[in-house]
Design a protein around this ligand. Structure first.
Ligand code: GLN
Length: 192
């Protein structure tokens, strides 16, 4: 199994390191040719407007959309989640527009730039999951076909799945809990 990690900008090195800890081949993707032969793709956190611009200039936007429509699993974290959403509240960032969700960028305001909290995520088992949020978005609306995987105590949705598409508002690559990446690999191998 080979997983691509979009390496235009942001926290891609951490994702690659986690995949390698899970004995999975991980390749950085900057150019369309590097998508060849990947079984799944991670779109990391960073700055969604910057990543969007780079996706367009390196002709990756259409390639990734057709891969995902063809069934290749995608995992978007934070800015990656924003880029996978069909709708971004009050924003004209060009996105991949794949997933039936509406997201709001920087949903926690300037006061709460980043925080860590334990989440109940039944899909990962009973043990609470340590989630790191950095200038994080939230999912404001889930439309048909979307399963909610995690909510904050105030009910805001922060992780979801729609078939081969998986997103988190937080950064699973910044903890040493490997369960979210394992969950994604299970989607890629068809176990989930
Ligand atoms: N605030 C960033 C954005 O709107 C996302 C932050 C992140 O990925 N950690 O794109």
């Amino acid at each position: 199994m080979k997983i691509g990690v979009l390496a235009s900008q942001g926290a891609f090195a951490e994702h690659i390191s986690i995949l390698r800890q899970l004995d999975t081949e991980a390749v950085p993707v900057r150019l369309p040719g590097e998508l060849r032969g990947v079984d799944g793709l991670i779109i990391p956190g960073g700055e969604s407007t910057t990543i969007s611009r780079l996706l367009t200039s390196y002709s990756l936007m259409n390639e990734i959309v057709s891969m995902a429509r063809g069934g290749v699993p995608l995992f978007g974290t934070c800015a990656g989640m924003i880029l996978m959403a069909k709708n971004i509240s009050g924003n004209s960032t060009e996105s991949l527009g794949l997933m039936n969700i509406r997201v709001k960028r920087n949903a926690f305001g300037r006061q709460i730039d980043s925080f860590e909290t334990e989440l109940e995520i039944p899909a990962l088992g009973e043990e609470p999951y340590p989630a790191v949020f950095i200038r994080a978005p939230i999912i404001e609306r889930c439309d048909s076909g979307v399963d909610i995987l995690a909510r904050l105590a105030d009910d805001n949705v922060v992780a979801a799945r729609e078939g081969n598409l998986l997103v988190t508002a937080f950064h699973p690559e910044l903890t040493d809990d490997l369960r979210f990446h394992r969950y994604f690999l299970d989607i890629v191998s068809g176990k989930r």
